[in-house]
Design a binder for this molecule. Structure first.
Ligand SMILES: NC(=O)c1ccc[n+]([C@@H]2O[C@H](COP(=O)([O-])OP(=O)(O)OC[C@H]3O[C@@H](n4cnc5c(N)ncnc54)[C@H](OP(=O)(O)O)[C@@H]3O)[C@@H](O)[C@H]2O)c1
Length: 337
C-alpha cells in the first residue's frame, strides 16, 4: 500500500459541459480506519451522468450538490485492505459511493453491496451490467415499463451502459427492440452485438422517419434516458396506453438557459400514455432480485456489455467529459491501480 492518497476534488460549477479546471487533483494522507471501519483500496471508478447534476448548485434528485473542495462523488469497485469490522475482511471486494480517490474508509453504510463472486461474471460487471446501471435498466423496464411478450420497446442512449442492458433484458422477455444511438458505428454495435432488432441514428436529421420505419406497428414502451427534443420526436410513434419510464435527461444535463419544453403533450392525453420518472434509490427492495437475474444473464452470455476504460485517476476528469459527449461505448470506467 502507498502512503499517499490521490483524490479528485470538485473545484467549481461548470458552465455547460465541464472542463478540466472544474476539477482539482490533490494528494492527501491515506485515511486510517477507526473502530467498526475498514480501509478500501480503489480498483475501478465508475463515471456516470448523474455526477454532472451534482456539480450544479443546490439540491438535485440525486442528493445534495457537491461543494467546492469536496472529493468528487462516485461509485467505486474496491478491495478491503485493513478491517476493524467483522463483516468485512481483507480481500473482500465491495461496491459503494467512496468517491474519486485511491483509498477510502467505510463503515459499510456507504456501500451498495459486497461482491459475492460468481463464475463467468467479471468483477467490473458489478459497476455496470450487474451494478447500478443494469439494475436501473431492469427496474425502469420491468417495474415501470412492464413490457409484454411481442411488444415493441424503444430505448434511447442504447449504446450506453443502461440502454444496452435494457434492450437485452427486453429481448429476453420476448419483445421487439429498437435502439437510438449517436452515429453509424454505435448503431452497428447496438444491433450486431447487443442484439437489438434495429437502431436509429439520432445524429442524422431524419430520426422521426427512422423510428417510423423501424416501429411500423408503433412503440409500446419508450425507455427514455434523453428527454428534450428526442421525447417530442418519439411521442407520435407511441401506441395507445404506451409506457415511458423516464430514466434520465441526458440532453439537459449540460444545457444552459431555459430547459427544453416538450410540446407534444396533447398526445399524452390522446393516447392515455403513462410517463413516469424513477430513481433507482427508491427501489432498494428489488435490487438483489434484479442483480441475481442480471448475473445469470451475463454468466450465460445473454447479456453482453462493452466497457470504455481510461487508465489512472488523473485521467478521470477527461474521461468524464468524454462520456458526457458520447465518446464512450458502454460503461465508462477508470482503472485505478
Ligand atoms: N434514474 C436513475 O436512478 C438512474 C440511474 C443510473 C443512470 N441513470 C440515467 O441513465 C442514462 C444513461 O446512463 P449511463 O450511465 O448508462 O450512461 P451512458 O449511456 O453509458 O453514457 C452516456 C451516453 O449518453 C449519450 N448522450 C449524451 N448526450 C446525449 C444527448 N444530448 N442526446 C442523446 N444521447 C446523448 C451518449 O451516447 P451517444 O453517442 O449515443 O449520444 C453517451 O455515450 C442517463 O440519463 C443517466 O442519468 C438514471
Amino acid at each position: 500500500m502507498k502512503q499517499t492518497n490521490v483524490q479528485v476534488l470538485f473545484r467549481r460549477e461548470p458552465r455547460g459541459f465541464p472542463v478540466a479546471d472544474d476539477f482539482e487533483i490533490v494528494e492527501a494522507p491515506v485515511p486510517l480506519p477507526g473502530p467498526g471501519q475498514f480501509l478500501v483500496g480503489s480498483l475501478f471508478l465508475s463515471l456516470d451522468p448523474y455526477m454532472r447534476m451534482l456539480m450544479g448548485g443546490g439540491w438535485t434528485f440525486f442528493g445534495a450538490a457537491m461543494v467546492p473542495g469536496q472529493v468528487m462523488v462516485g461509485r467505486v469497485l474496491g478491495k478491503v485492505l485493513e478491517s476493524n469490522n467483522p463483516n468485512f475482511k481483507p480481500g473482500d471486494h465491495v461496491v459503494g459511493r467512496l468517491g474519486w480517490q485511491m483509498y477510502a474508509v467505510s463503515d459499510g453504510k456507504d456501500l451498495d453491496f459486497k461482491v459475492v463472486p460468481k463464475d463467468n461474471v467479471p468483477l467490473t460487471a458489478y459497476l455496470g451490467a450487474c451494478g447500478s446501471n443494469g439494475v436501473t435498466g431492469w427496474t425502469g423496464l420491468k417495474i415501470i415499463g412492464q413490457p409484454k411478450e411481442g411488444e415493441c420497446v424503444l430505448v434511447s442512449a442504447a449504446a450506453g451502459s443502461v440502454g444496452s442492458a435494457v434492450g437485452q433484458i427486453a429481448k429476453a422477455m420476448g419483445c421487439r427492440t429498437i435502439g437510438i444511438a449517436g452515429g453509424p458505428e454505435k448503431c452497428r454495435i447496438v444491433t450486431g452485438e447487443f442484439g437489438f432488432d434495429a437502431c436509429c441514428d439520432y445524429k442524422r436529421d431524419d430520426l422521426a422517419e427512422q423510428i417510423g420505419a423501424a416501429a411500423d406497428d408503433g412503440v409500446d414502451v419508450y425507455f427514455d434516458s434523453v428527454g428534450g427534443a428526442m421525447l417530442d420526436t418519439v411521442l407520435p410513434h407511441l401506441n395507445r396506453l404506451a409506457r415511458v419510464p423516464v430514466c434520465g435527461v441526458l440532453s439537459q444535463y449540460n444545457a444552459e438557459g431555459t430547459p427544453y419544453g416538450v410540446t407534444n403533450t396533447r398526445l399524452v392525453f390522446d393516447k392515455s400514455l403513462r410517463i413516469q420518472g424513477f430513481l433507482l434509490s427508491n427501489y432498494r427492495e428489488t435490487w438483489d432480485k434484479a442483480r441475481a437475474e442480471l448475473e445469470d444473464l451475463v454468466a450465460s452470455g445473454r447479456l453482453r456489455y462493452r466497457e470504455t476504460i481510461a487508465k489512472g485517476l488523473e485521467n478521470a476528469p477527461d474521461a468524464f467529459i468524454g462520456m458526457l459527449r458520447g465518446r464512450n461505448l458502454g460503461k465508462q470506467l477508470v482503472k485505478l491501480t
